[in-house]
Design a protein. Structure first.
Length: 227
């Protein structure tokens, strides 16, 4: 959680010092920044729930809040964080120049290695740490998948809307793909990767935190009458 707060403050200071840095939508054009914002609010809400709400509110309400936070973590926070890290590093090793070109190297020349690890490695690290550390109450598989897919659809609509408004894609790699069909295939692959990562973290949760039956018998066992 501290990392996400730090990253948002760092990004805000950067935008103030560089006011002309792709001002339309600014950093909100990238899934990386959106994911860090969602994660930041999730960890802040979790902190408040653990150390404040449990003391002030009735147990029935705090349980509902915790259930909501767990659903958000399963459906949005963890899959998106894994996508940011896995997607970037996969492309970085396959086609580095397409996503980390000379302009990017100039902007972050002094802190390039620290920067890319800060924004592309830590999301997955924090998400996996949270998954392993806490036994979340996951929602039903298809309910979580529906929420995860909704996030993907909304973001795809967002980048196409931004493209229609200013004629620019949020990622350099999309500019390098010349055909609309090629871009659609690439975006579809990223959506598919998001779904795969959702399934992986869903399975990992139940591997790390196997469920145990806590159902108690509703009736006492019958005893034979003795004569």
């Amino acid at each position: 959680g501290i990392y996400h707060v730090y990253f948002i403050l760092y990004s805000t200071i950067w935008d103030i010092k560089h006011p002309n840095y792709e001002t339309w939508a600014g950093r909100w054009k990238t899934l990386t920044f959106i994911t860090c914002m969602i994660n930041c609010w999730y960890f802040i809400a979790s902190f408040l729930h653990e150390f404040l709400l449990t003391l002030l509110l009735p147990e029935c309400i705090t349980k509902k809040v915790r259930c909501f936070l767990d659903t958000v973590f399963c459906s949005v926070v963890c899959p998106a964080a894994l996508l940011v890290s896995c997607g970037f590093w996969s492309l970085y090793f396959i086609r580095r120049h397409a996503i980390w070109n000379d302009r990017t190297e100039t902007l972050y020349s002094l802190y390039s290695h620290v920067y890319i690890h800060m924004i592309y490695s830590f999301p997955a690290l924090t998400a996996v740490t949270e998954l392993v550390h806490r036994n979340h109450k996951y929602p039903g598989f298809f309910k979580g998948l529906a929420m995860c897919s909704t996030l993907a659809v909304l973001y795809v609509c967002w980048i196409y809307y931004r493209r229609a408004m200013i004629g620019l894609w949020p990622y350099y790699m999309l500019h390098g793909i010349k055909s609309d069909k090629g871009r659609a295939i690439f975006i579809g692959q990223m959506v598919g990767l998001l779904v795969i990562l959702y399934i992986v973290q869903y399975i990992l949760h139940y591997v790390v935190h196997p469920t145990k039956s806590t159902v108690e018998p509703t009736t006492a066992p019958k005893t034979k009458k003795t004569e």
